[in-house]
Design a protein around this ligand. Structure first.
Ligand code: PRP
Length: 209
């Protein structure tokens, strides 16, 4: 039986292709992709889709894709019902809380506003800390929000730390570690046990985490 895999475009794309190649799959169509979004593996009976991170989870959850490659950040933000089967060991970064140095949210008295692309993660974090904050959803360039005064602090992912540094923000807390994960649709896991099991084993051999 053929399997389909939803890959996340952008940040994780190149590393995903590298891992697939190392494991002797042939995702070469993905390298010269043009505007195409569906690709066939040249050696295995596999179809790849290239989509945004959150959509990768949606496709897997609905069984349109059997497997997904997606960041733990997106998994934590979503309320999904898939199996997370493997830490792929790349795309490593962390969820952090940051603010301008003069505006430490943990010392602030009164109403606190937090900007984030990950409102669910942010709310859960402050709930655990027993802090009542207002979370404002931002779609990108989150570091700009505290500078312009939209919020006091941010919850975001940090990889190299360059974006924070160049915008004069400091890390106040590191919430958790993040990396790319393999997720599997629950029904596919049973129906295509052999194919999916084999795929996971092949990938396991070439990753180092
Ligand atoms: C992410 C994140 C930070 C940056 C962190 O944004 O939201 O802005 O990367 O990376 P760094 O620690 O290596 O500087 P992304 O590049 O995905 O773009 P976006 O802000 O438009 O979502």
């Amino acid at each position: 039986m053929s399997i389909s895999i939803a890959l996340t475009k952008g940040r994780l794309e190149q590393e995903t292709i590298k891992v697939l190649e190392k494991a002797n799959f042939d995702p070469s169509e993905l390298k010269n992709k043009g505007r195409k979004l569906v690709f066939k593996d040249k050696v295995k009976d596999i179809k790849y889709f290239l989509v945004k991170a959150a959509d990768s989870i949606t496709y897997v959850e609905h069984g349109v894709a059997d497997i997904g490659v997606v960041g733990k950040d997106t998994i934590l933000e979503s309320d999904n019902n898939c199996y997370e089967v493997l830490d792929l060991g790349f795309g490593k970064c962390g969820f952090i809380v940051a603010s301008l140095p003069q505006n430490d949210i943990f010392k602030k008295v009164g109403h606190i506003k937090i900007g984030s692309k990950y409102p669910h993660v942010a709310k859960e974090y402050f709930k655990k800390k027993d802090m009542d904050v207002e979370v404002i959803k931002i779609e990108g360039s989150v570091e700009l929000a505290p500078i312009l005064g939209l919020c006091d602090g941010i919850v975001d992912i940090m990889e190299t730390g360059t974006t924070l540094k160049e915008n004069g923000l400091v890390v106040l807390d590191r919430i958790c570690e993040i990396s790319a994960r393999l997720i599997v649709n629950k029904a596919s896991f049973k129906m295509k046990q052999r194919e999916i099991g084999q795929f996971i084993e092949e990938i396991k051999k070439v990753i180092n985490n």
